[in-house]
Design a protein around this ligand. Structure first.
Ligand SMILES: Cc1ncc(COP(=O)(O)O)c(C=O)c1O
Length: 391
């Protein structure tokens, strides 16, 4: 049992969701189920336009400001450095578009990273004729997480323009040592661009402590929000960058609707220029705001801790029966992959999981399990029992 569980412990929050007892949903990394309260907030947001006469010009900004503040508080950033984005790919493009070209000749990525990350940086490398150094996972099972971070750190030099990676590996939950990577980036003047989609909300991430320059998150997984909205942090390194679009809403004069055609050259401060057009979607923002509030009420370390305690019996079973998973120190507890022993037929296992209504994902070579506070031990037991049936 985790030593700090007395700090913020919690019990199953299943009652806040709409999950039947025979469904064993261990797949938050695919997408989280909506909380009933978040669904309700979305309905309220939708109904707002029934009465447009009750919508005021400041409503185009205030709800987004509240979301930025709550997300900023989650990752230790001022609200001003946060932008509202429609997807991780969009937020990543804003960052990558503004990587200085003259600070090096290569970028660093990790192998099998999420395609939105990979394609975005590959396009930049092709246009700017830079090398893409792909850092493979070390071919060892013991000490793999530590060795992988070391390979990444060693690949970063004063000749590196940027590194881009998912804060935990999206297939197997490998936790990279972000602080070590961030310190190397700082020492070598390398931009550190991270995709937090699979971690922010479920595991503590601190943009200041890790020296992150950008942290981009889709909201529909661990931020417990709806699809087609996300949030991103951009450090001051991006404060003079070029946005993808030229929305009127991001300009310094946007709040006074009577003077919008007194065109200006400047933007609102911080990361505001990277907000997507029409970012003040009342449905999506209402939902995300409610979800972020719930995350703050739960506390992120309590969520991670809850997941850790929940999976202990599963980890024990896996360890005693020849499955591989990453060691505790380099593995997230809300998302992790395990490899099957040779004796287990993967297709038969997947069929049995489906039959028993145990929802997990196949990613890379392994099975990815991603629990959350809506799970309890009955769900973990259903997975263990299905594995037991396979012997
Ligand atoms: C690491 C990571 N980033 C981003 C996403 C979603 O990307 P996008 O918002 O570009 O569709 C996913 C979805 O699985 C993911 O695992």
């Amino acid at each position: 049992m985790s030593t700090n569980h007395h700090l913020h412990s919690m019990t199953s929050q299943k009652h806040l969701f709409d999950i039947p007892p025979d469904i064993h949903y261990l797949n938050g990394a695919f997408m989280s189920p909506l909380m009933k309260s978040v669904s309700e907030s979305g309905m309220e947001g939708m109904r707002r336009k029934l009465h447009p006469w009750a919508i005021h010009s400041e409503d185009f900004f205030t709800q987004a400001e509240a979301v930025k503040e709550k997300f900023g508080r989650l990752v230790n950033s001022p609200a001003q450095q946060i932008a509202i984005i429609p997807s991780a790919s969009y937020g990543l493009k804003s960052a990558v578009n503004n990587i200085p070209v003259n600070t090096g000749n290569h970028v660093v990525v990790v192998s099998n990273d999420f395609p939105s990350d990979y394609y975005t940086i590959r396009a930049w490398c092709q246009i700017n004729k830079k090398e893409m150094k792909v850092i493979d996972a070390p071919d060892i099972l013991n000490g793999r997480g530590a060795a992988w971070t070391e390979k990444i750190v060693n690949a970063i030099s004063t000749d590196t323009n940027a590194i881009i990676l998912s804060t935990i590996h999206w297939t197997d939950g490998t936790k990279f040592n972000l602080k070590e990577i961030g310190e190397k980036c700082k020492a070598t003047n390398t931009l550190f661009i991270a995709d937090g989609t699979q971690s922010v909300g479920a595991i503590p991430i601190d943009v200041t402590d890790f020296h992150l320059d950008a942290l981009v998150c889709a909201a529909y997984k661990w931020l417990m929000g709806p699809y087609s909205i996300g949030v991103a942090y951009y450090s001051k390194a991006f404060s003079n960058g070029t946005p993808i679009e030229d929305s009127w809403m991001n300009r310094s004069n946007a709040n006074d609707f009577t003077k919008l055609t007194r065109y200006v050259d400047d933007y609102k401060p911080g990361a505001a220029r990277y907000n997507v057009g029409e970012f003040s979607n009342p449905i999506l923002l209402s939902m995300l705001d409610r979800a972020l509030q719930q995350l703050h009420d739960w506390k992120i370390d309590a969520i991670q801790n809850y997941c850790s305690q929940l999976i202990q019996p599963l980890l024990l079973y896996l360890k005693e029966n020849g499955y591989w998973y990453e060691q505790d120190q380099f593995r997230a507890n809300h998302l992790f992959g395990f490899l099957l022993p040779a004796s287990i037929d993967k297709d038969l296992l997947l069929r049995a999981l489906q039959k028993n209504k145990v929802f997990v994902s196949v990613r890379g070579d392994g099975i990815r399990v991603s629990p959350h506070v809506y799970n309890d031990e009955s769900n973990i037991n259903a997975l263990i029992n299905t594995l037991k049936q396979q012997r």
